[in-house]
Unconditional design. Structure first.
Length: 363
């Protein structure tokens, strides 16, 4: 299989999500700074949720030399200047600028000192989508009433706004998966996308690694327990229900590839039928998947991995918005009901809420 493609992200990532990873000491360290120094973290600093640097009084080592000071996290290096930190004395003690995305460019404090810079993306313990959604759900936990109001307040057109946000999420995901399809081809891109989707709940990265190492044909012939052990130590199991255990998901996918070896060819033809309204939910779940995936899981695979791959983006978007939401955390269903939505959850409702939480509320 060809190498994986890095492409635009199909979801908003809040700086808060990256700060949480740093605060919990979960970055993969030691690492090299932009200038080539070896960084070790003795103490990540006190997480500052108010004004000023993100982490105060951190204790780090650069090439074995201890340094104490503050740490600032940004999605992009240019945010340092955009936020006015260069001339703000509150940031004069920053010793490390941790940046998620390249390019990593130098910065200066108000004293004219250049702190070390660190590229965070390769050091994250999980894929960004898992981090972003976990962070949104963490903020939601125990705060459903407050966050519901944050979504609702000052928004007289709630349904229209959530549909718009969900559409933004779809269009970005479609662009991401389309670029991957152009690089990997239909069959391999479907293989990777479905396996990553089956890793939702914090296990997308190890599932993606398995997809790159083993073809769908290999999954059909392999033992699920052996594949699971290949990524031993990387699985996130806490809080998972038995049906969501990664070994169980690997087993389901292996069975699909074994008993429905032509499933990807059928999915490609199914996607081409979307503009004519001939691509039905039952045709996918019962006809192509042979009812081998539980319905909620099959719906999640359809919305997360299959529909965004369609070449007819507008027709697929209309289908995607109204598709049943599939598996979703209880916290999201709580917010959905508090917002006044009744009946079966539609994908636009859940995706719109997720997109809003990922951006920190209104806006």
């Amino acid at each position: 299989m060809k190498p994986a493609l890095r492409a635009p992200l199909p979801f908003p990532v809040a700086e808060r999500a990256i700060q949480r990873i740093w605060a919990e000491g979960r970055c993969l360290l030691p690492a090299q700074t932009a200038s080539g120094l070896t960084l070790e973290v003795i103490y990540p600093g006190k997480w500052n949720r108010l004004g000023g640097p993100d982490f105060l009084d951190a204790d780090i080592s650069l090439n074995g030399i201890r340094r104490r000071g503050d740490i600032e996290c940004h999605l992009h290096a240019k945010d340092w200047n955009h936020h006015g930190h260069t001339h703000d004395p509150a940031y004069r003690n920053v010793i490390l600028h941790a940046v998620l995305f390249e390019p990593i460019t130098p910065i200066l404090t108000s004293d004219g000192i250049e702190p070390e810079s660190l590229h965070l993306l390769p050091l994250l313990p999980e894929d960004l989508e898992s981090i972003a959604e976990s962070d949104a759900l963490m903020e939601l936990r125990g705060n459903a009433p407050q966050l519901t109001e944050l979504i609702r307040v000052g928004n007289p057109h709630l349904q229209r706004d959530l549909r718009r946000r969900a559409s933004e999420r779809f269009e970005a995901k479609s662009q991401w998966l389309t670029q991957r399809r152009a690089k990997l081809g239909w069959h391999d891109s479907l293989h990777c996308a479905v396996l990553e989707c089956l890793g939702q709940g914090g296990n997308r990265a190890p599932m993606a690694e398995l997809a790159l190492r083993h073809s769908a044909e290999s999954f059909a012939m392999s033992d699920a327990a052996e594949l699971y052990l290949e990524q031993s130590g990387r699985w996130k199991l806490r809080g998972l229900r038995p049906a969501g255990h990664p070994q169980r998901r690997i087993e389901l996918y292996g069975n699909l590839c074994r008993q429905r070896p032509q499933w990807r060819e059928h999915v490609v033809r199914w996607l081409k039928d979307i503009p004519q309204k001939d691509a039905t939910r039952r045709g996918l779940i019962d006809g192509i998947f042979g009812a081998m995936l539980p319905e909620g899981l099959a719906d999640m695979v359809a919305t997360d991995a299959i529909l965004p791959l369609s070449e007819d983006v507008q027709a697929a978007l209309e289908t995607w918005l109204e598709w049943p939401a599939g598996l979703r955390p209880d916290e999201l269903e709580d917010v959905r009901q508090r917002l006044g939505f009744e009946g079966r959850a539609r994908n636009w409702q859940i995706q719109g809420i997720l997109h809003t939480l990922g951006r920190g509320g209104k806006g």
